[in-house]
Design a protein around this ligand. Structure first.
Ligand code: ADP
Ligand code: MG
Length: 482
């Protein structure tokens, strides 16, 4: 039985203690002696080095007993195990077998690392130096480091990148940089190969929804060290990419789109930045007391099992079937979105007014807000969270449950999965001279008259004309803890 026969089995010193040590074909190092222990090469080992007659195995192991703050989430710590084999020959064998074992894991060897010094508390550079770089060094991963200098710099870097030079791009930032990288890769001529470049995310911004979604899926704490280890281990998972389209203008989204109260809170609370972290809570209360309802219409192609939601589409048939031809454009060299076509009868619709329209691709929107508890990274669907109307008190209760996804059980919330989405945003029901804000992945996509910074900023899309969204199942690739 080849599988259970150890590749190496011998008497050696482990941290100075005489022990029986084995390395199994599945990559498990085990020792028994005065103290016993084991390491999985895949799940615990960063790297190794021969030091004289000894072998230093650099590991990153789960802390026993959970973390100090009472969380169940996994936190790791660095640990070295020093093995002294009985002979020089044996040391050579250990090095060779460990090398083969690590090589078989297809870990990244050369990374492009983008650090956004401006994100979050402006501490991404410090996080990189203190928490990320030491682990990369222990794992012998080579990298090129670049700090983003301005908005869209990461997109330019990804767009101009020679992808053959790297095994992955790692963003030490919030969610903004990963979105820019995806958009930059999809605008390349060689986008079909470029978009398969694995992307890693180390939480260092104020919105770390992608990192939280990845780490929470395996009950790991959303900290830079766990995220770095996920990149080093090199496991990958596919990620849905949504194409957001208004006439000929495209934006590629991997996180969310919001219109109504959520976008208003996120964007307008900028006015209260001086309050620090309290600005969101404060402005949420303001918006719930002075509640806005938006006219408009949402239409969607429900995922299987969600066909009962919405009403059948009637007059719109013509405009919705026209959408099938929108994948074509004169910009043939870049990605144009998924080539999907839907029959008019597949569409369902809700007419406004709405309090909130929110689409999510992954469960977490930030480290503390989980709008879409059922969202999957690569199911080919977006989760739609819709609030048409709600008494104010019930709305406050609903919003308070966003931290654990409990809001989806509220009778005032509709929660479903969609394959395609069509938004026709209108004016506020009681202030018809004012529009709303459409926020996509933390960027303002469009803002209506009378909104925060209206007319001061050039946004990608206009407020009013319809916005169409489709999903390309598993188009991008992420480094993932599992
Ligand atoms: P946060 O989660 O705090 O928003 P992100 O990393 O998502 O942090 O980045 C926020 C924004 O910062 C992005 O839109 C990005 O384009 C922009 N940005 C990147 N580098 C710089 C820079 N040097 N100066 C100003 N803005 C920058
Ligand atoms: Mg999805």
């Amino acid at each position: 039985m080849a599988d259970s026969t150890p590749l190496i089995a011998e008497e050696a010193l482990v941290d100075g203690n005489p022990s029986t040590v084995t390395l199994s074909a599945s990559g498990r190092i085990e020792w028994r002696g005065k103290s016993s222990g084991c390491l999985s090469v895949d799940a615990d080992v960063l790297g190794y080095a021969a030091e004289g007659s000894a072998l230093r195995i650099r590991a990153f192991v789960k802390k026993s007993g959970g973390c100090c703050c009472g969380h169940k989430e996994v936190v790791r710590e660095r640990r070295d195990v020093v093995l002294e084999p009985s002979s020089e020959e044996s040391l050579g064998l250990w090095c060779e077998r460990l090398r083969q074992c690590i090589d078989s894991l297809a870990r990244p060897q050369n990374l492009l690392i983008l650090v956004n010094p401006y994100g979050g508390k402006k501490s991404a550079s410090k996080i990189f130096q203190k928490e990320v770089a030491p682990l990369l060094a222990a794992a012998d991963v080579k990298y090129t480091l670049e700090e983003t200098q301005y908005r869209f710099h990461a997109k330019e870097i990804a767009h101009a990148l020679d992808i053959s030079k790297y095994d992955g791009i790692v963003c030490v930032s919030g969610d903004g940089i990963i979105v820019e990288v995806i958009n930059g890769l999809l605008e390349k001529e060689d986008w079909p190969t470029a978009i398969k470049m694995p992307i890693g995310i180390i939480p260092a911004g104020s919105g770390n929804g992608m990192a939280k979604s990845l780490l929470d899926s395996v009950e790991e704490a959303c900290v830079a060290s766990n995220a770095t280890f996920a990149v080093i281990r090199g496991h990958k998972r596919a990620l849905d990419v949504a194409t957001v389209l208004q006439e000929e203008t495209r934006f590629f989204s991997v996180l969310m789109l919001s219109w109504g109260i959520v976008a208003d809170i996120d964007i307008e609370s900028e006015k209260y930045r001086w309050m620090g972290g309290a600005r969101i809570d404060f402005y949420s209360i303001v918006r719930m007391i002075d509640l806005r309802h938006y006219n408009g219409r949402v239409s969607f192609v429900p995922a299987p099992g969600y066909e009962v939601y919405g009403n059948p589409v009637s007059e719109q048939e013509e405009s919705l079937s026209r959408l099938n031809s929108l994948s074509k454009s004169e910009k043939q060299c870049a990605y144009l979105g998924p080539m999907c076509s839907f029959e008019p009868q597949e569409w369902r619709t809700y007419d406004g007014p709405f309090i909130s329209v929110w689409l999510h691709n992954v469960p977490w929107g930030s480290e503390t807000v989980m709008p879409a508890p059922d969202a999957k990274f690569s199911d080919g669907y977006l989760d739609l969270i819709l609030v048409r109307d709600s008494p104010k008190l019930a709305l406050i209760e609903t919003m308070a449950k966003l931290s654990d996804g409990g809001h989806v059980k509220s009778p005032h919330v509709l929660y479903l999965k969609v394959k395609a989405f069509y938004l026709e945003p209108g004016q506020r029901a009681n202030e018809t001279d004012k529009g709303g804000i459409i926020d996509c992945d933390g960027e303002v996509l469009a803002r209506g008259q009378g909104t925060y910074k209206f007319g001061q900023q050039q946004d990608l899309m206009a407020y009013g004309p319809p916005i169409y969204m489709t999903v390309d199942k598993g188009l991008a690739t992420l480094f993932s803890p599992k």
